[in-house]
Design a binder for this molecule. Sequence first.
Ligand code: GDP
Ligand code: ZN
Length: 307
Amino acid sequence: MKGRVIKSTGSWYEVDLGEQVLSTRLKGKFKQDKIKLTNPIAVGDWVEIEKEENQETAVIKKILPRENYVIRKSTRKQHFSHIIASNLDQAMLVITMKNPRTSLGFIDRFLVSIESFRIPGLLVINKMDLMDGEQAEEWLTDIHEIYEPLGYQVVGVSALMEKNLADFFKPYLEGRTTLIAGHSGVGKSTLLNALVPEAKQSTQEVSAYTTKGLHTTTFAELFKLNYPGSLIDTPGIKEFGILDIEEEELSHYFPEMRAYLGECKYNNCKHVNEPGCVVLQKLEEGYIHPYRYQSYINMLHEEDSHR
Ligand code: GDP
Ligand code: ZN
């Protein structure tokens, strides 16, 4: 039988078979890819399972090849990584201008990491009801002008005011598996609870956990929407790792720079101050947004400091 892993809590994995959700476990060791993983099975994985004699539980026989995944470095084990979720059609970053303010730098880091995982991105501006005045106007214009031409969809909403969020999001979510991320306080749970009522229980469990000062390790979870499609919540995960991106590679994850790569005079150009750099020329000509270029430089320097 084939199913999808919707929740993983250590040694048990909940697998959705469509009609039924079964608790499953792994027997034996699974061969891993080249990377060392702390978790052999991730939320979003498609697996083949076999029911055990009691018919209530099952054993995972096979993990089907992953189309993609997001990963971060393990916090507990050096040189190990943790797969957060797999088989994603897109990743949605919820951002706000106020309470809290999401910085453009944070958005860019998020987009670079999902580009590196080859996952399309969608920006959802929440708390639109708080947006008035000139400053808000400018911020909104910036977000649309910077990100839309790069191929990222930008949607504005007020999760508190919008009466039917499920319908509102249908054009973006239907038929897809979407990972949802964002700073704490931007309204992720509000959105999630409106889109999948049964998520409520889960998000409360997580916060109850953390207030007790127990493990703050939280788990991703997949929720099915009322229409085809699902959302993967990643509580407590602010950033995905930008794993081992080489300096020369970083510009590949900026779509506006990608177009010109290979045209620079030096093929190991980092686009900082090299002669004959086409990226710098395009920046000058206004084809690359100065904020984005600034984020690129900041990330380049951050990578430096990790060496
Ligand atoms: P999370 O930490 O991302 O899960 O954020 P929550 O969903 O817990 O929301 C944080 C706070 O923002 C709560 O007090 C929500 O009521 C509030 N909030 C959520 N959406 C909106 C919105 O559209 N407008 C306003 N003004 N507040 C919102
Ligand atoms: Zn260059």
